[in-house]
Design a protein around this ligand. Structure first.
Ligand code: NAD
Ligand code: TYD
Length: 347
């Protein structure tokens, strides 16, 4: 596949945060290829993430579940799909702690269904995974793609199971597959359950910033743009059957991230509240990204710049997040934070 060839991609989960950023990036860079977004439109899947692009002649939307084998198959046949790029997932660790079973349904069974359809119709599948599959990483180590998986939350375990199914299909059936494992992404259109958009929108609303535990957990906050270029690099130049880490290779503590959020907005640091920690909270993620850099890729944003750019987007785009925060999100927020912020849960 070269950049000049027209081809047809099924982008599952294309109405979510990273999927919609990828669709936008890909259509800009490869305007002759066709994209079919296949999305269940859960609370995290939002048509407005691609509001300005739905009139694009090479973009269409099919509302469906990746666990529905007949519908995935029919969609691929009807649209002449060459490759599936699977972003569709349940994605929030805290939600997986409150209600884990849907994570198995979508992330494990859904990915398995996509593999079966890819096998039947002879298509390539690229699977989007996460650094969380490696589990908590001790100081001094950076995960490499051959490390064993050691997930510690229901979300991470479901993603690890999916990775292993994808790799098993490459070995058993010779299916052409690739996997990218992304670091914590930040950028436009991230649902405000995740830390950076939650803290940004709370600060803009003058609400407290709920930092779990001591806030010294470490994350690699990578810009979603760099994740998109990393995925593109693997789609165009990756070796079949291989896994590639995508991140900046640099971490910061959550308290450092909070400082960037508040300083970017000129908000009061007195908004910070240390609240009861997340059960099983992974202390540190850190990935070595040399393998992807070996394909000619490099991140353009360092994590500080990435977080600040993301925060500015939330400051400038209240039209996007204010209706979310007024809607069903409120129920989730109260369930997750009311007791913590009132000090009714142990720290
Ligand atoms: P998101 O929660 O913003 O979006 C998920 C999308 O998948 C939504 O559009 C949702 O409607 C759709 N979806 C959910 N269940 C579905 C189903 N059964 N069938 C079809 N569509 C369904 O997620 P995101 O943050 O954009 O993450 C995308 C992918 O990247 C996920 O696989 C996630 O594990 C991975 N990832 C995310 C991060 C991050 O920091 N957000 C980092 C690394 C990897
Ligand atoms: P999150 O965005 O949920 O991503 P992940 O759990 O996949 O890393 O959280 C990022 C970090 O921020 C993580 O260490 C948990 C922490 N966090 C808080 O301290 N408070 C919060 O309210 C949230 C949502 C996250």
């Amino acid at each position: 596949m070269t950049t000049s060839q027209p081809y047809a991609l099924l982008i599952t989960g294309g109405c979510g945060f990273i999927g919609s950023n990828f669709v936008r990036y890909w259509l800009d860079r490869h305007p002759t290829s066709r994209i079919v977004v296949y999305d269940k439109l859960t609370y995290a899947g939002r048509r407005e993430n691609l509001l300005d692009l739905w009139s694009h002649s090479n973009l269409s939307l099919v509302v469906g579940d990746i666990s529905d084998q007949a519908m995935v198959r029919q969609t691929c046949l009807a649209h002449g799909i060459d490759m599936i790029v699977n972003f569709a997932a349940e994605t929030h660790v805290d939600v997986s702690i409150l209600g884990p079973l849907v994570f198995t349904d979508t992330n494990v069974r859904g990915t398995h269904v996509l593999l079966e359809v890819a096998r039947e119709l002879g298509m390539r599948l690229h699977h989007i995974s996460t650094d969380e599959v490696y589990g908590h990483i001790p100081d001094g180590h950076q995960s490499v793609e051959t490390d064993s998986l050691a997930p510690r939350s229901p979300y991470a375990a479901s993603k690890a199971a999916a990775d292993q199914l994808v790799q098993a299909y490459a070995i058993t059936y010779g299916l052409p597959v690739t996997i990218t494992r992304g670091a914590n992404n930040v950028g436009p259109y991230q649902y405000p359950e995740k830390a950076v958009p939650l803290f940004s929108t709370n600060a803009l609303l003058g609400e407290p910033i709920p930092v779990y535990g001591d806030g010294l957990q470490m994350r690699d906050y990578a810009h979603v743009f760099d994740h998109c270029t990393g995925i593109e690099t693997v789609l165009l130049h990756g070796q079949m059957g291989e896994v590639y880490n995508v991140g900046t290779g640099r971490e910061m503590t959550n308290l450092e991230m909070v400082d960037i959020v508040l300083d970017t907005l000129g908000a009061d640091h007195m908004l910070v509240r240390h609240v009861a920690d997340r059960p099983g909270h992974d202390r540190r993620y850190s990935m070595n990204v040399d393998k992807l850099c070996g394909l000619g890729w490099a991140p353009q944003f360092d994590p500080k710049h990435a977080v600040a750019e993301a925060v500015k987007w939330y400051e400038d785009n209240r039209w996007w997040w204010e209706p979310i925060r007024r809607g069903v999100f409120r129920e989730y927020y109260d369930r997750q934070y009311a007791d913590r912020l009132a000090g009714r849960e142990e720290q």
